[in-house]
Structure formats: structure tokens, C-alpha cells
Design a protein around this ligand. Structure first.
Ligand code: AMP
Ligand code: TRP
Length: 334
């Protein structure tokens, strides 16, 4: 196998304010990885329109996600942050991948099944071919490493299958096999109201998630109200398995304090939830309040954000355009 130059790529959809799951599952890792890799981080607006969006809200969400990347610590001067729709290479490669990927593969995607539900005949075609576009995002940069939350694992496997099939079909070693980077104690942050559902932007209950824009009192109130039970906190990981809400709180505290789950668990075993919740709220306030402040500063200076986006677009296109040229030669367009 040809040695590919290592590069990180990841994307976040501008479909609402980012929450703690996005931060701990993905963006916190984006920040760490920039010490080791060249990184490309993308606001994936073309993914967002696979379901209905209000155009005005979409534009403001794009800027908010961009501001959240920077506020969380992504270094936009050294790395690349940009908006997907401004670099046509994503759509160009997605079309080629629509013709490489198989309908049977897409039919197996659990996220599609969940999102389409009983409405399978009436959702957009875009929602179904969304994983092909995701593969194009990654492979337009020949990216080798992709930091994501646990829910994106299956989509990453599909990206690998597409890369492999393209290479086989055309007898080349052109695309790498992108590797998912799913790590930390909070790869799947659960709803604060129901430990069996993941924390998401679309849950109808505001109390199910902590937003990166929540003020300190709101964070504390949401943690206080988080679902728990009247027993004491168990002492072993085995017992925790039957208490998903408790496990979630422990995982979050482990991630925000950079301690292992075992360390956190041994500290709270046999104690009441109130002590865990108090420390968790304090820890979250410490992590989120500076990010919130910076998001607000950046959003008050939209001209600067637009300049950052334009610079990112130029840097991203400079990598992706020659790769598309090569792909066009391989498939016989050129
Ligand atoms: P999205 O908002 O769907 O574009 O997700 C952006 C990133 O956040 C992806 O890498 C997701 O895997 C990750 N993510 C979303 N929700 C969660 C969650 N509840 N726990 C952990 N990671 C998540
Ligand atoms: N599908 C991802 C999500 O919903 C977002 C995404 C789009 C992405 N393109 C990507 C993530 C490329 C990593 C790499 O969270």
C-alpha cells in the first residue's frame, strides 16, 4: 500500500447550536489533534440541507459553528476551517462516489433508517446518499484520520468501502483507507433526560442537552434536573451498566476533568447523586464559560468570521482541486 501523507479531516453540521456531545465527542479531539497532524475542519452545510432548513437560520448556524470551532481552540491560522459548499470539489467527488457506492450499502445505514423511520419513500434522496458525500468530504483531501463521535462509525466504514471499491474498480492505489478516531470517555454523550438516547440537537427537550452557549445558571440547573435515581452511586463498572443515566454523568465528568472513569467512580462510589452533580456542574461551567464568551465575541464580529471563511476556502480548494483533477483523469473524464 502506498504511504499516504497523514491528514485529519472532520465535519460538523450547522443545524443548531452545538452541545456537549459535539464538544466532547468531536471538537475537543479536533483541538488536541492539531498538535500532531495537519487538520481540515469543515462546516458541512450541504449535509444540513438533506432535511429542511430555514435559509436565514442556516446562514447564522454556519457562522455559529465556525465561531464554536475557534472558541474551542481550533487554530484557524495553522489549520484549515471552511464551509463545505464553498469548495465544489466535495460535490464533484460526491457524484463520482454516487456511482461507486451501492444502494444496498446505503440501505444498511442505521442513521438513515432512524431518520427516515416510516417515511422512507418521502425523505430526500440527499438523506440517503449523505454517506457518499461524507466519503467525498474526507477523500477529497486524501485524509487518513477522521475524529468523530461513536454515532459516525458506520459512515466511516462506508467511506472505507467506497475508497476500496474505487481503487479496485479503476486498478489504482489512489484513495487511502480513512481511519476513525473515536476516543475519550465521552464518545457517546447521552441525553440528560433519558440515558438510552444520545444527546442531540433535535431532541424536543432543552433539558436533555447542555449547549456551548448556555449560561452558568442554566448549566447548573440542567445538571441538577438530570435524570437519576434515589439510590447511592454504585462502586463498580458492572453495576453502572444497569444505570445508564449515572454512567453518562460519570463519563462526562471523566472527560471534562481528564480523569479515567475508574478514578471518578472510586471517588463517588457510595455517595449521593447531589455531590456528583454539584462537581459536574462546576466542572462544566469551567469548561463551557470561556468557550461561550469567545463564541459571543466572535459572533459580534461577523466581518472577521467571513474573512476567516474566505481564507479557509482558498486553502482547502488548493488541496482538493488537484485531487479532483486526478480523479477525473482516473475515471476518464480527462
Ligand atoms: P453533527 O452535529 O451530527 O454534525 O455531529 C458533529 C460531531 O459530533 C460528529 O463527530 C458526531 O459524531 C459528534 N456527536 C454528535 N452527537 C454526539 C453525542 N451525543 N456524543 C458524542 N459525540 C456526538
Ligand atoms: N456526518 C457527520 C455528522 O453527522 C458530519 C460529517 C459530514 C463528517 N462529513 C464529514 C464527519 C466528514 C467527519 C468527516 O456528524
Amino acid at each position: 500500500m502506498t504511504k499516504f501523507q497523514e491528514r485529519v479531516f472532520s465535519g460538523v453540521q450547522p443545524t443548531g447550536t452545538l452541545h456537549l456531545g459535539n464538544y466532547l465527542g468531536a471538537i475537543k479531539n479536533f483541538v488536541e489533534l492539531q498538535n500532531k497532524y495537519n487538520c481540515v475542519y469543515c462546516v458541512v452545510d450541504q449535509h444540513a440541507i438533506t432535511v429542511d432548513q430555514d435559509p436565514k437560520e442556516l446562514r447564522s448556524n454556519i457562522l455559529e459553528v465556525l465561531a464554536s470551532f475557534i472558541a474551542a481552540g481550533v487554530d484557524y491560522k495553522k489549520q484549515i476551517i471552511f464551509q463545505q459548499s464553498s469548495v465544489p470539489a466535495h460535490s464533484q467527488l460526491a457524484w463520482v462516489f454516487n456511482c461507486v457506492s451501492r444502494i444496498g450499502w446505503l440501505n444498511r445505514m442505521t442513521q438513515f433508517k432512524d431518520k427516515a423511520g416510516k417515511n422512507k419513500e418521502n425523505v430526500s434522496v440527499g438523506l440517503m446518499v449523505y454517506p457518499n458525500l461524507m466519503a467525498a468530504d474526507i477523500l477529497a483531501y486524501l485524509a487518513t484520520h477522521v475524529p468523530v463521535g461513536d454515532d459516525q462509525k458506520q459512515h466511516l466504514e462506508l467511506s472505507r468501502d467506497i475508497a476500496q471499491k474505487f481503487n479496485n474498480d479503476f486498478g489504482v492505489e489512489f484513495f487511502p483507507q480513512p481511519e476513525p478516531l473515536i476516543y475519550g470517555s465521552a464518545t457517546r454523550v447521552m441525553s440528560l433526560r433519558d440515558g438510552s438516547k444520545k444527546m442531540s440537537k433535535s431532541d424536543p427537550s432543552d433539558f436533555s442537552r447542555i449547549l456551548l452557549t448556555d449560561d452558568d445558571d442554566t448549566i447548573t440547573a440542567k445538571i441538577k434536573k438530570a435524570k437519576s435515581d434515589s439510590e447511592l452511586i454504585p462502586g463498580s463498572k458492572e453495576e453502572l451498566q444497569s444505570k445508564p443515566e449515572c454512567l453518562n454523568l460519570i463519563n462526562i465528568l471523566s472527560a471534562t476533568t481528564n480523569q479515567s472513569v475508574d478514578q471518578v467512580l472510586s471517588h463517588y462510589a457510595g455517595k449521593e447523586y447531589s455531590s456528583l452533580k454539584k462537581d459536574l456542574a462546576d466542572s462544566l461551567v469551567q469548561v463551557i464559560s470561556p468557550i461561550r464568551g469567545e463564541i459571543n465575541n466572535l459572533l459580534n464580529n461577523q466581518d472577521e468570521l467571513n474573512v476567516i471563511l474566505a481564507e479557509g476556502t482558498e486553502k482547502a480548494a488548493a488541496i482538493a482541486n488537484p485531487i479532483i483533477e486526478e480523479v477525473y483523469k482516473i475515471v476518464g473524464f480527462k
